[in-house]
Design a protein around this ligand. Structure first.
Ligand code: KIV
Length: 261
């Protein structure tokens, strides 16, 4: 894997990251943001799954490779899916498959105390890894059970410990999901690799969101509090579809402009 240069720890110029599962979206994002993540949120976002546990290595391989072709400037990150890094041997075998097939700059794995040895093993094998801590969606069958972490002192200190150990074990960055502002600030100020937050306040060194949420591409009404809707694509696209349907019914489309003579 290439050496990573731009994962700077600098709050003055925070790192920006969005997800992409297809080349068309990757193409829109490329060069405009720092990192493009082929996230396993693809399970719920694109495949209609209730969680990310059904996402397979083959899915990540296909989408990762397709997205990779569209990215020329931004850094590429791919999630290792559920159960593909349960032990060192599987983790490295599956990491190599993703690396060879999709050429990412970094892989992301969800980290608990138990997974720290896997993180270290991958790093020793020269894999660039982002450690995802806080809420780790692969641990949940039912996303309704997800709650913000770091509300108690114990939770806060456990997360700080995990972030510090992620750094010591060689992670290039820590992704913090759904943690309190205090926790994000404490972690960001106490590790020297960047933190990238999702639902983790402005105190992180960077931010990530799911692109589909950003533009309201999905119809899911129950979006988490941290999602900011920048554009209502759903509404605009619905109106376009209605217009197309009407024109077809009225034989207005295709007019001669769209017809071969
Ligand atoms: O899978 C994903 O898209 C993610 C983001 C929510 C950070 O991990």
């Amino acid at each position: 894997m290439k050496k990573i240069k731009i994962l700077h720890k600098s709050f003055s110029k925070p790192i920006s990251c969005l997800t992409a599962y297809s080349p068309s979206i990757a193409n829109i994002l490329d060069g405009k943001i720092d990192l493009i993540l082929v996230g396993d949120s693809i399970g719920s976002t694109l495949y209609g799954m209730n969680n990310t546990q059904g996402v397979t290595l083959d899915m990540m391989k296909s989408h990762g490779a397709a997205v990779n072709k569209a990215i020329k400037k931004s850094l590429k990150v791919i999630d290792m899916p559920y159960k593909t890094y349960d032990n060192k041997i599987d983790a490295y075998k599956n990491a190599k498959i993703l690396i060879n097939h999709c050429r990412p700059d970094l892989l992301k794995i969800e980290i608990s105390e138990k997974k720290l040895a896997v993180l270290k093993y991958l790093v020793d094998k020269k894999v660039n890894v982002i450690s995802h801590i806080g809420v780790t969606p692969q641990s949940y069958k039912n996303f309704n059970q997800i709650k913000v972490l770091g509300k108690t002192n114990k939770e806060k200190l456990n997360l700080l410990e995990l972030a510090k150990k992620s750094e010591v074990h060689g992670a290039k960055a820590v992704l913090l999901e759904c943690v309190t502002t205090d926790t994000a600030k404490l972690i960001t100020e106490n590790i020297s690799i960047p933190t990238i937050g999702i639902g983790a306040s402005k105190y992180c060194d960077g931010q990530v969101l799911v692109f589909d949420d950003l533009i309201n591409l999905t119809t899911n009404d129950k979006k988490p509090k941290f999602v900011k809707n920048y554009f209502n694509f759903n509404k605009v696209a619905s109106n376009v579809v209605k217009k197309y349907n009407q024109e077809v019914k009225l034989k207005k489309f295709p007019s001669t402009k769209f017809t071969y003579s």
